[in-house]
Design a protein around this ligand. Sequence first.
Ligand code: CTP
Ligand code: MG
Length: 242
Amino acid sequence: MRCAAVLTAAGSGTRLGHALPKALVPLGGTPLLVHAARGLVASGVVDGLVVTAPDGHLGEVASLFPGGRVPGSDVPVRVVRGGATRQASVAAGLAALDDVAPGCDAVLVHDAARCLAGPDLVRRVVAALEAGHRAVVPGVPVTDTVKRVVDLPGGGARVVETPERSALRAVQTPQGFTRELLERAHRLGAERAADETRAVSDDAGLVESLGEEVHLVPGEAAALKITTAADLELAERLLSSS
Ligand code: CTP
Ligand code: MG
């Protein structure tokens, strides 16, 4: 199986509130997106990488990959301009897959914000693809009780239901797909993009709307998503203790 990865790094990081776009923020002195790229490549199962960069930062992102390679490896990298939404960024990345891994038949989609996702996790996702699953997500059990709510017209919200917690998983990236399925899911996603209410927050969600099965593999604590300053502090601690 020939496998390429799209690393989404084009977001602005509004909730983190740093002067730099989130993917360029340093963790232990190294930008988040470089940590994420290294984690993918350390798995030994990724043949090429497309990075989606924030508008206005393409040169800066490209300079993190001297010679068009992930540092310390010979894995080729192509930097493309991301879109206005994560979904549009992934679509831009998919359009460049053949530049880094011509003819690849599997794709991982990974968030630079999950910068400490490790090589074992990446291999677990790819192994499930190799075993014949066409869409694979890592997930971890949920510790909070989760409620479904509806917003009320006058403000506030009302609880509608409490899903059984044991049946819930918080999903992470990298998510893995056969290329054919992910490209088909994104074509559907592009058609629906105009209708915000149907927007989905991950690639597996698009695949689910096609009625296709999505397989779950165990996630890992290290693959936490850096969203706020507190998450960045936690990641700093994880990095220095590893
Ligand atoms: N992303 C992207 N293109 C966008 C929006 C997000 O490539 N238009 C990427 C981000 O860079 C990040 C991942 O998608 O790696 C997950 O998004 P999120 O954690 O929401 O990051 P940001 O959008 O940057 O943060 P915020 O929502 O707080 O602004
Ligand atoms: Mg965002």
